[in-house]
Ligand binder design. Structure first.
Ligand code: ADP
Length: 287
């Protein structure tokens, strides 16, 4: 009888612990939701005044009426470019908070993969020239012409990877390769996808590389491999975390290989999405 009473007490205790844990979880979810909403609202509210700063500083910088001295015109340019940096940061924070809240929509449609290199060249050839490094691109044979995914989000991810590659490379090259992923690798990376229908887009550079003990943290929000206060490179530390979340949203992932002083390769793997799957993702987003 004593044993029974003891068991009864214990199970009541357990039940209480369970209830209080559930309450804690609810509170945590609630405050995470508040944080996300706050970030989204704040980002939105910041953009309106910032737009005035951007437009008006641009008008000043153009100095059409020749009323400004050269120095004043340069100040206006500095304001404009600082404003632009701020806008990029705000957009990044907004994107990240949306993905975290499951509120970022994806639009699946046919994407012409063969066009990808030329689109990206148009945007990065100038940077390459300025930094005096080569930008080479390669399209593997046997690519399907049309691939179902969210083209804009793919562009966003690859642009993030390319911006990093160019930022952290001072000598050598940045190489973009578009290919189908090897089925075996695809099966192990993305078990839910059809292994012969996974696209692999990689960005390889001969830049500064990332020390092994920093590999994990570079995908975390606001984290950078060089955490010192007087960092040499700008940036927010958000690019890779957003890219990682976006890749996951598209049913894919990003891998990284890197060696300090030698270079890095980041590869985005994404499956082709059929309509059924894209509906599923949308449903998950709405839930
Ligand atoms: P940001 O570039 O704005 O700092 P990211 O999230 O894009 O933020 O990158 C996080 C960190 O990862 C960078 O600060 C850098 O330390 C490291 N990193 C990313 N890409 C590269 C690269 N191609 N070569 C060397 N380091 C890189």
């Amino acid at each position: 009888e004593e044993q029974n009473r003891y068991a009864d007490e214990k199970s009541k205790e357990l039940e209480q612990i369970k209830v209080s844990l559930e309450e804690h979880m609810k509170q945590l979810e609630q405050s995470s939701q508040y944080k996300t909403e706050f970030l989204a609202n704040m980002s939105h509210e910041l953009r309106t005044p910032l737009n005035s700063v951007l437009i008006l500083s641009q008008i000043l910088a153009e100095n059409k009426r020749h009323t400004l001295t050269k120095e004043e015109q340069e100040y206006a340019q500095v304001i404009h470019s600082a404003g632009n940096d701020l806008l990029l940061l705000i957009n990044d924070v907004l994107d990240l908070s949306k993905v975290e809240a499951g509120k970022l929509e994806i639009h699946v449609d046919g994407m012409n993969v063969l066009e990808l290199p030329s689109i990206l060249r148009a945007q990065f050839d100038k940077v390459a020239e300025q930094k005096n490094i080569a930008f080479t691109t390669e399209i593997a044979a046997q690519l399907p012409k049309i691939f179902y995914t969210d083209e804009q989000r793919i562009h966003q991810i690859i642009k993030n990877l390319l911006s990093n590659a160019f930022k952290f490379t001072h000598l050598g090259y940045v190489h973009l390769r578009v290919a189908m992923c090897e089925p075996k690798l695809a099966a192990s990376l993305l078990p839910e996808a059809k292994p012969d229908q996974v696209l692999a887009i990689s960005v390889r550079d001969t830049g500064i590389g990332i020390p092994q003990d920093k590999w994990e943290l570079v995908f975390d929000p606001f984290r950078q491999a060089d955490g010192t206060t007087n960092r040499k490179y700008g940036g927010t530390g958000l690019g890779l975390s957003i890219s990682k979340e976006l890749a996951a949203l598209l049913g894919g992932c990003i891998t990284m290989e890197s060696e300090e002083g030698v270079g890095s390769t980041f590869t985005l793997y994404v499956p082709t999405l059929d309509l059924q799957m894209s509906e599923l993702i949308t449903a998950r987003q709405e839930a």
